[in-house]
Design a protein around this ligand. Structure first.
Ligand SMILES: C=CC1=C(C)c2cc3[nH]c(cc4nc(cc5[nH]c(cc1n2)c(C)c5CCC(=O)O)C(CCC(=O)O)=C4C)c(C)c3C=C
Ligand SMILES: [Fe+2]
Length: 426
C-alpha cells in the first residue's frame, strides 16, 4: 500500500473540474464521512480526509485536508460552487491614482499567475514561507470587478447592466468606506496559514497599481470537525445553507452563472457576487428562548428541519396550520419569506463566512456573517429577496447590514489566459 495513489473526486459539483488529490501518495484514506470522504457544506459538499502518508523517510506523516487541490483553469472561477472552506478573506482594492487599463491588465496577469501557483500548492517568486509544509488545502482565489472599475479604466461600454447599484433598503446601515471597490478578491482555504499566505502574496502583487480599500476575515467549521457530513452553522447557531440551489439541480447553472452566449461576452460563464457584511446582534439573540428563535427562522435549531416537520431536507409546508389555527411556519419567518416560491423563483447560492472582530466600541460583539450570494443576475436573485426581507423579516430585529458590494466575476480563465483577459484586451 505504501505507494498507492488515491485519486478522489471530491466534487459533487458537475460544473467544477474534479479536485486533484493525485499529488499525495497515501497509505490510507479514512474520511470522517466514510471512505469517499464526501461531506455536505453550505454549498453541498466538503471533503473530509485524514490519511497517513509515507515520504520514504520512515516517519509517517499526517495528510488531511491539506492535500486537496482545486483547479484554477475551469469553466467557472473556483470559489463559487467549490465546497465551503474553513477560512476566508474578502478584500476590495481601488486602482491607485493614475493607474488605468494597462496597469489593471498587468495586475490581473500577476494575480492570476500567483493564484494558479498557490492553488497548486507551489511557492511564488518571493515566497514568505508561511505556507511551507502545507498542501494546497483547497485554496481558491476568485476575482471580481466593481462598477467603478469601468470608469477608472475607460471600459464603461463593457460594463454590464447587472452592475447597476443595488437599491437602498430601509434597514441598511452601510459604511461606504467598507463597501464596493474597483476590484474584489475572495480567498478561501481549509488552512489559515495557506489563506494568509495567499492574502499577503496578492496584496504584494498589487504593488503601485492598487490599494486595499477594505478587508474582511471570516471562517467556517473545519472540514472533518463533525462526526458526519453537515451543512454549516452560523454564529446564531442555525444550520445555514439548507435551501441553497444544488449543483445537481436542473436549473443550477442557469440560476448561478451567465450563459456561454451571455452578454457582455467577457462575462460568459461568470457570475455576480453580492457581498454584505451583516452584523448579528448576538447579545439580543442569545436572550431569546430556542423555541422563539425557531419561529424567527421557521426551522428547528438542532437539525434545521422545517417547523412543518420532517428532517433538514424535507420541503417546507408553507400552508400548514397548527392546532391553534396559526401557520406552523410563521408568515414573517425568514425561511418562508426568502423561499424561491415566495419570490417568483428568485434564487441565489449563499456561500458565507462567519466573522468575529472582537468587541465594538458600544461593548457588543462585532460578529456576524460575511454574506456572499452568487447569481446570474442580481435582479433575479438577491434584490427581490432582500426587498421582501426588508419589509417584514422576523430576523431583521437581530441583524444589521453594515456594508455592501456588488461584483462581476468573469468565467474561469482558459489555459494560458488570465482572469478578465477578455475584458481587458477587448
Ligand atoms: C437577501 C438574501 C438573504 C439575506 C441577506 C440573508 C441573511 C441571513 N440569513 C440567515 C440565516 C438563514 N437563512 C436561511 C435561509 C435563506 N436565506 C436566504 C436569503 C438571505 N438570507 C434564502 C434565499 C434562504 C433559503 C430559503 C429557502 O429556499 O428555503 C436559513 C434557513 C436554512 C437555509 O435554507 O439556509 C437560515 C438559518 C442569517 C443569519 C442572515 C444574516 C445574518
Ligand atoms: Fe437567510
Amino acid at each position: 500500500m505504501t505507494d498507492q495513489i488515491n485519486e478522489i473526486n471530491q466534487s459533487t459539483d458537475s460544473t467544477t473540474a474534479p479536485v486533484d488529490m493525485t499529488r499525495r501518495r497515501l497509505l490510507g484514506t479514512v474520511g470522517a464521512a466514510g471512505a469517499a470522504g464526501v461531506a455536505l457544506g453550505a454549498t453541498g459538499g466538503a471533503l473530509v480526509h485524514a490519511a497517513v502518508e509515507s515520504d520514504g523517510s520512515g516517519s509517517p506523516e499526517l495528510s488531511s485536508v491539506g492535500a486537496t487541490e482545486v483547479p484554477f483553469h475551469v469553466k467557472h472561477q473556483a470559489g463559487i460552487s467549490t465546497p465551503l472552506q474553513a477560512v476566508g478573506h474578502l478584500i476590495a482594492f481601488d486602482l491607485a491614482p493614475g493607474a488605468g487599463r494597462r496597469e489593471a491588465a498587468a495586475l490581473l496577469r500577476r494575480w492570476s499567475a500567483t493564484a494558479k501557483a498557490l492553488m497548486a500548492g507551489e511557492p511564488t517568486g518571493a515566497d514568505t514561507g508561511v505556507a511551507l509544509d502545507a498542501g494546497p488545502s483547497s485554496l481558491t482565489v476568485t476575482f471580481g470587478f466593481g462598477r467603478t472599475f469601468f470608469d477608472r479604466t475607460g471600459l464603461v461600454a463593457q460594463r454590464p447592466a447587472e452592475l447597476d447599484p443595488l437599491p437602498d433598503f430601509s434597514s441598511d446601515r452601510l459604511d461606504p468606506k467598507r463597501s464596493n471597490g474597483d476590484l474584489w478578491v475572495q480567498i478561501g482555504a481549509d488552512d489559515a496559514l495557506v489563506a494568509f499566505h495567499a492574502l499577503r502574496a496578492l496584496q504584494k502583487d498589487a504593488g503601485a497599481a492598487a490599494r486595499v480599500r477594505w478587508q474582511m476575515n471570516g471562517f467556517n467549521r473545519t472540514p472533518g470537525a463533525t462526526k458526519k457530513p453537515m451543512t454549516a452553522r452560523n454564529l446564531m447557531g442555525q444550520i445555514d445553507g439548507t435551501g441553497n440551489p444544488k449543483p445537481a439541480d436542473r436549473d443550477f447553472e442557469k440560476r448561478i452563472f451567465v450563459p456561454d452566449s451571455g452578454r457582455p461576452a467577457w462575462m460568459a460563464n461568470g457570475s455576480y457576487a453580492v457581498v454584505r457584511r451583516i452584523r448579528m446582534l448576538l447579545d439580543d439573540w442569545e436572550k431569546v428562548p430556542v423555541a422563539q428563535q425557531e419561529q424567527v427562522i421557521g426551522r428547528k435549531k438542532a437539525n434545521g428541519a422545517p417547523l412543518s416537520g420532517g428532517t433538514e431536507t424535507t420541503a417546507m409546508e408553507l400552508d400548514k396550520f397548527g392546532p391553534d389555527g396559526k401557520l406552523v411556519i410563521p408568515d414573517n419567518a425568514h425561511a418562508r419569506i426568502s423561499a424561491p416560491e415566495q419570490n417568483g423563483g428568485a434564487a441565489m447560492l449563499r456561500r458565507a463566512f462567519s466573522y468575529h472582530d472582537g468587541i465594538s466600541a458600544d461593548g457588543v460583539p462585532d460578529a456576524g456573517l460575511l454574506f456572499v450570494a452568487w447569481q446570474a443576475d442580481p435582479l433575479r436573485g438577491f434584490v427581490p429577496v432582500q426587498r421582501k426581507l426588508d419589509r417584514g423579516d422576523a430576523l431583521s430585529a437581530f441583524i444589521r447590514h453594515e456594508s455592501s458590494g456588488l461584483f462581476a466575476v468573469p468565467g474561469g480563465p482558459r489555459a494560458g489566459e488570465y482572469v478578465g483577459q477578455l475584458l481587458l484586451e477587448s
